[in-house]
Design a protein around this ligand. Structure first.
Ligand code: C2E
Ligand code: MG
Ligand code: MG
Length: 241
């Protein structure tokens, strides 16, 4: 509560790049907590916020800040790339997410297809019916949904064809493992192929080396995101990038 009231939560943006052209086609907003002179990573506080229910307040704050930033860019005559925000499964169960998102877009006069929503794969493993209903309603309202961290949990191939989605984000570990063992390389390649044949674009996260980038390109992965291109940046630095 104090952190929110004191403006200690900020967001960084990490660029996403089209494999084919090298163009920046989007960015992912990632929350940071500036506390006592330290910049704390979400891996350390998100699980606590999810357990205590405070995640909704922080997520709403991050989405609002991102929407405000996009509006500010538009007002300055800059056309921003689409930005993805992270949605916790708690957000789907605690309040009317669809209504909230529609209101946010209206408030800042944005288009829903400039504001992509990432929902982690593991969110779908429990109460999947309610999640699918919410996702369908969001898509009907014009939002684009990306499945985050695919390959990290109980991913089934069935998920790719049955879940409503606009893009599949491959889990970082899943991708890194593909470069350690040949059989994992084939798994990654097969998942990208299946997504491709179902016309679902794939995004690879955690791309750190040229070797990974070229191999992913070879496999037909559409979009890459990772330290190889850029770390997550403060919004002003992202604008320059
Ligand atoms: P995520 O959504 O899968 O985000 C990708 C994470 O991978 C980010 O960590 C990013 O900094 C990191 N990353 C990107 N490229 C590389 C790379 O080349 N190498 C390595 N080693 N790491 C890379 P970050 O920012 O620490 O976020 C961790 C997780 O916290 C996110 O994973 C997401 O699940 C969650 N998160 C972040 N921001 C928010 C938010 O605003 N709301 C919610 N609910 N969750 C958030
Ligand atoms: Mg994400
Ligand atoms: Mg991810």
């Amino acid at each position: 509560k104090h952190g929110l009231a004191n403006g200690e939560f900020i967001f960084y943006i990490q660029p996403q790049v089209f494999e084919k052209t090298g163009q920046i086609m989007g960015g992912e907003a990632l929350v940071r907590w500036q506390h006592d002179g330290h910049l704390i990573s979400p891996g350390r506080f998100i699980p606590v916020l999810e357990k205590t229910g405070y995640i909704c307040a922080v997520d709403c704050f991050v989405w609002q800040s991102v929407a405000q930033w996009l509006r500010d860019l538009l007002d300055r005559g800059i056309t921003p790339v689409p930005v993805s925000v992270n949605v916790s499964r708690v957000d789907i169960f605690d309040y009317d997410l669809v209504d909230h998102m529609k209101g946010l877009i209206r408030e800042f006069d944005l288009s829903p297809d400039e504001f992509l929503l990432e929902i982690t794969e593991s969110a779908y493993t429990q109460d999947s019916a309610q999640i699918i209903n919410t996702v369908n309603a969001l898509r009907e309202a014009g939002f684009h949904i990306e499945i985050d961290d695919f390959g990290s949990g109980y991913s089934s191939l069935n998920m790719i064809s049955t879940l409503p989605m606009d893009a599949l984000k491959l889990d970082m570990e899943f991708m890194h493992n593909a470069f350690k063992e040949r059989k994992n390389t084939k798994m990654l390649d097969a998942v990208i192929d299946i997504a491709y044949s179902l016309e679902v674009p794939t995004i690879a996260e955690g791309v750190e080396t040229a070797e990974q980038m070229f191999a992913l390109k070879e496999m037909g992965c559409d979009i890459v995101q990772g330290f190889y291109f850029s770390r997550p940046l403060p919004p002003e630095a992202f604008e320059r990038f």
